[in-house]
Design a protein around this ligand. Structure first.
Ligand code: AMP
Length: 417
């Protein structure tokens, strides 16, 4: 049975905690953004304050085997600083018995990168390029077999298991999902996971109406499943950004050189048709700021979104689109934003995305619930200083996207089962 971290008695217990410490490092192995470490600290502190000890585990990067470049030793000092206790380090996540045995209440141990072992992901490594299907199948079966021992070893270190790694919750890996079965009555989510799950439930299960989703970003192909799932949930769907031009073109508009996917035009039309059937209001862009080259210094024009001159491409939402969307956003009680409505990395084309962030902040101040998640809109609200002015900013890109697609995340299911 699933436990709640707030009610669990950690006194004298060893807790193994899966965190997402997959932080960016520069060429001197210094952490350039420690958001993910800071996000896990409340959970880690809770265990220590309750009289338990910590075995912390994570992956870092995509090593193909043991590789010093991806060692978690680079981050031990910073984790110690954030946690306020000296964190010890086990150089091999599968040979940490002695370090684990020596752990006393209030102490913490970080295990070396789980992905130094292929068993963490359960995918074979080092297969010859010309391997036959039979060979691939045999290699997969072999790693799946040894994965059981790998997971069992990790589980043997602890009395309870906490998953606080939302960033990898969409992966059915050893430490994110399979390990949970060794702790049938002692498994729980950490605070970060609890927060993310609550945010997902607030929009997908308990949304107050009207509910509006703002879906932007570059490609329809990467958001198709999200759009389909949103049609089942929302009252209003705002479709902006690069992906919006596929819809405009599918409807017969002239989009110049704008980003689009011709092969997805039938899907775009089918989404619009389904929306009509379900009574979902769809708001496409009506006006666009265009440039004649993909650069910040490009000359610009503001034109109707379905009449973009040849040689020009849509780079940002125009003021008329923003006015239209503003009314929809401010009239909503629940808001979900996924994906920027323009090329926000180029300051001259970031205005539309900034406006959306402002409208969300204003709606939130007026009492609406707002979730920003699963795409570059997270980077946009954070960079633009709006992270604290919306209800929740998700920490997990891929995981949030899959949740918004309506999928069950293995890392969540393993605790709930
Ligand atoms: P995503 O990861 O799907 O949320 O897509 C984010 C990317 O979409 C960002 O890098 C934006 O620059 C890009 N994007 C948004 N609007 C446009 C546009 N009109 N043309 C090209 N790229 C865009």
């Amino acid at each position: 049975m699933q436990q709640l971290i707030d009610n669990y008695d950690f006194k004298g217990k060893k807790a193994i905690v899966r965190v997402d410490f997959n932080v960016p490092l520069n060429e001197n192995f210094e952490i350039t953004d420690d958001t993910r470490i800071r996000a896990a600290i409340p959970t880690l502190k809770k265990v220590l304050a309750g009289g338990g000890s910590l075995i912390i585990m994570s992956h870092l990067g995509r090593p193909k085997g043991v590789d010093a470049k991806f060692s978690l030793k680079h981050i031990v000092a910073h984790v110690s600083k954030c946690l306020g206790v000296e964190v010890k380090f086990a150089r091999d996540c599968q040979k940490a018995d002695a370090e684990v045995a020596a752990l006393k209440p209030g102490e913490a141990l970080l295990l070396e990168n789980l992905r130094f072992y292929a068993e963490e992901e359960g995918k074979p490594r080092g297969l010859a390029e010309d391997a036959t299907d039979e060979e691939k199948k045999a290699a997969k079966a072999k790693v799946k077999e040894s994965q059981k021992e790998f997971v069992k070893k990790l589980a043997s270190y602890a009395d309870c298991y906490i998953n606080d790694a939302f960033g990898t919750a969409h992966r059915a890996h050893g430490s994110t999902a399979l390990i949970a079965k060794y702790f049938p009555d002692d498994k729980m989510f950490g605070y970060l996971m609890e927060g993310e799950i609550k945010a997902i439930d607030n929009v997908l299960k308990n949304a107050q109406r009207p509910f509006t989703a703002i879906i932007g970003g570059s490609k329809v192909s990467s958001k198709l499943a999200v759009l389909e799932n949103m049609l089942e949930k929302v009252d209003n769907l705002i479709i902006g950004g690069g992906m919006g031009y596929t819809f405009v073109k599918a409807k017969g508009g002239k989009i110049g050189n704008s980003l689009h996917e011709d092969e997805l035009m039938p899907e775009a039309l089918s989404i619009l048709e389904k929306a009509r059937e379900k009574g979902v209001n769809v708001y496409l862009s009506v006006q666009t700021v265009v440039g004649n080259e993909f650069s910040n210094d490009s000359p610009t024009q503001t034109v109707p979104a379905d009449n973009i001159p040849d040689g020009w491409e849509g780079m940002d939402a125009g003021p008329k689109s923003l006015e239209l969307w503003k009314d929809v956003i401010l009239g909503s009680k629940t808001l979900l934003w996924n994906g920027p409505v323009g090329v926000f990395e180029l300051p001259n084309f970031a205005k539309g995305t900034l406006k959306i962030a402002e409208y969300l902040a204003q709606a939130t101040e007026n009492g609406a619930y707002s979730l920003v998640g699963g795409g570059d809109s997270v980077a946009a609200v954070t960079q633009m200083g709006f992270a604290k002015k919306v209800s929740y900013v998700s920490t997990g890109g891929g995981a949030m996207l899959e949740a918004l697609e309506g999928k069950d995340l293995p890392g969540i299911a393993a605790i709930r089962e």
